[in-house]
Design a protein around this ligand. Structure first.
Ligand code: G6P
Length: 610
């Protein structure tokens, strides 16, 4: 959440910073700003609203300088307005800072600085930090050393970049809990909070770790620990192309990502199964299989959409391995002092690999001796690096704030893990082979579901003015109901709830009338008949029903108002097919309401604050 960019080189930095901020805008878009060193002072332009507003403002200004930093914000401390937008100056405009994260002890630091005659324009913790750095800088320390001394006084999380008007070609950076990466160019260097902002410039990057502080100039860099020890860093190559982070002709990233699912699923599954043995092979778990199988319990922990994938995972892993599985919200996990031991395996699922709650829960699980696995999309992200072992989902960059293709790829990875472990436990070779055959044809079936797009768009038209929605599913489709409801809430601002269909009679049924549409996930499975009874209960109360049904289902068609037909596959893979109509339904309703589906209000793609 929040994006940081920085540039030192020979080119005019403004267009580079703006381009970087646009690529990071999915991380936050309440306000944006840049600061560029020009003629011995730092020029600041910042605006409330999106990066395009900032860009317009800059176009009218003649800001020309080769060193600069920029920020796009998701508000934590202080309302999203121009004053609270980053970058922030020190009181005397000598230093400038952009910051992701939260300085927890900012109040006491602010009191200290007020006593030293510092003044503040904004309500932000960031302005406290830049003045604290200034306090040390004014004692004749270098910019690097002043920043290091200030950070030693700070509790909290940060990814920061600092400029000084007297250090024309230098940016000081530091990381603790918020991602930061250096991009290495020729005669120019970059910094960013994620690699999306860098790939149009360089593929050579260095990931900072927590507790590291560094300095970049146009042709050099160094990194130290906060204790001032030098650190040798590995240069990584980014394996991502620019067209992966553009809309490629689609109106929105979200639609592109929904439509990309046949490919993203192929990328997740490719090369990871052995059909003859009915088993999967996951390099990232090699050597850990026995320890996982010996676990008394598996816990899966995550937030948001990834938490819904975790609920599907509970079903998959219990069924295939017989090991008890529990699912925990990462945000709750850490604070209730969970009873965890070295006999537990804990799987953390995260698209971004940066979600602060998930990362904090992971660290707690590690501290307690559990085996910690990550299921992550972003290669090299904090959760990926902090895990003992793990599996990348390889879904490609996901830019739309509402997660879509990551969800289906997370399920695919959970199926692969269930196969790997299950074949050493309860799962027969015949069943294993059947699952693999189904995985091999899943992208064709997903394509078939996507071909229902225009049917779903038509259905969406009828619900643009709905105020509430209920999503119901049973068994493995209950998490899909939750995910469908979340998608609608996130991008169309319609209140929606997901429930296990049978729970309807214990409360939600009181809400049913002609104004409360209900979406049923009702493929023909072991509880099909029971779901039909639930549909009848809704229809008896004049409820309007949309049902996701098997393509040959004639019965439900006659019972409900709208149907979306999907093909059949192995029961364990069905959530991949049933969720797609729900993604498209939410998408079309939001578009028809004229909303910004890629950047819904108040949300951010990657929530790096707790
Ligand atoms: C945010 C996003 C959600 C996402 C959740 C978890 O709330 O808006 O779309 O599901 O974070 O993110 P993660 O990157 O950990 O999967």
């Amino acid at each position: 959440m929040c994006g940081i960019v920085g540039y030192v080189g020979e080119q005019n930095s403004a267009p580079i910073l703006i381009d970087g901020l646009k690529r990071l805008e999915y991380r936050g878009y309440d306000s944006a700003g840049i600061g560029i060193i020009c003629d011995g002072k730092i020029e600041l332009v910042k605006e409330k609203g999106k990066v395009s507003v900032l860009e317009e403002k800059i176009n009218g200004n003649d800001i020309n300088g080769t060193t600069g930093i920029g920020h796009t914000r998701w508000a934590t401390h202080g309302v999203p307005n121009q004053i609270n937008a980053h970058p922030h100056f020190s009181s005397d405009n000598e230093l400038m800072l952009v910051h992701n994260g939260i300085i927890e002890n900012y109040k006491e630091l602010k009191e200290f600085l007020l006593r030293k005659n510092y003044s503040f324009k904004s309500d932000t913790d960031t302005e406290v930090l830049v003045n604290l750095i200034h306090y040390f800088y004014s004692e004749n320390l270098s910019l690097f050393e002043a920043t290091r001394q200030a950070l030693l006084k700070v509790n909290g999380t940060y990814g920061i970049a600092v400029l000084s008007r007297n250090n024309k070609e230098r940016i000081v950076i530091a990381k603790n809990g918020s991602p930061l990466v250096i991009g290495l160019g020729k005669g120019e260097n970059f910094i960013a909070s994620d690699v999306n902002a860098l790939i149009s410039h360089t593929k050579n990057v260095i990931y900072l770790e927590d507790g590291e502080i560094g300095e970049i100039t146009k042709d050099s860099y160094y990194i130290k620990s906060l204790n001032n020890d030098s650190i040798e860093k590995e240069v990584n190559k980014i394996e991502m192309d620019l067209d992966e982070i553009t809309k490629s002709g689609y109106q929105h990233f979200m639609l592109k990502e929904i439509m990309d699912q046949p490919n993203s699923l192929n990328d997740t599954i490719r090369g990871r199964t052995i059909l003859e043995e009915g088993i999967s092979k996951l390099g990232g778990l090699q050597g850990f299989e026995e320890r996982i199988l010996q676990s008394k319990r598996i816990i899966i922990s995550a937030c948001g959409t990834s938490w819904h994938a975790a609920l599907v995972g509970e079903y998959l892993l219990e069924k295939c391995t017989g090991i008890p599985v529990e699912v925990e919200y990462a945000s709750e996990f850490r604070y209730r002092n969970p009873i965890i031991s070295s006999e537990d395996t804990i799987i953390f699922i995260s698209q971004s690999g940066e979600t602060a709650d998930t990362l904090a829960a992971l660290k707690e699980a590690k501290r307690k001796g559990a085996l910690v696995l990550g299921i992550v999309n972003v290669v090299g992200s904090s959760i990926a690096r902090a895990s003992d072992a793990g599996v990348y989902i390889h879904a490609g960059p996901e830019i739309g704030v509402a997660s879509t293709k990551a969800f289906t790829s997370q399920i695919a990875v959970l199926i692969l893990i269930a196969l790997l472990l299950g074949r050493r436990k309860n799962l027969s070779i015949v069943d294993g082979k059947e699952i693999i055959q189904s995985l091999n044809s899943i992208s064709d079936l997903v394509q078939e579901v996507l071909e229902q797009n225009s049917v779903i768009e038509k259905i969406a038209e009828k619900f643009v003015n709905a105020k509430n929605f209920l999503y119901l599913g049973r068994g493995i489709h209950f998490p899909v109901a939750l995910e469908g409801a979340l998608k609608l809430k996130e991008i169309s601002y319609i209140h929606a709830e997901g429930y296990p269909a049978a729970e309807m009679k214990h409360g939600p049924i009181a809400l049913i009338d002609e104004n409360m549409p209900t979406v049923f996930i009702a493929p023909k499975d072991a509880i099909y008949e029971k779901v039909i009874s639930n549909i009848e209960e809704v229809k008896a109360r004049n409820g309007e029903v949309i049902a996701i049904i098997d393509k040959d289902d004639k019965y439900i068609e006659n019972l409900v108002d709208h149907v979306i037909r999907i093909p059949r596959t192995n029961e364990l893979l069905m959530p991949i097919l049933t969720v797609i109509p729900l993604q498209l339904l939410a998408y079309h309703i939001a578009v028809k309401k004229g909303l910004n589906v890629d950047q819904p209000r108040n949300l951010a793609k990657s929530v790096t604050v707790e």
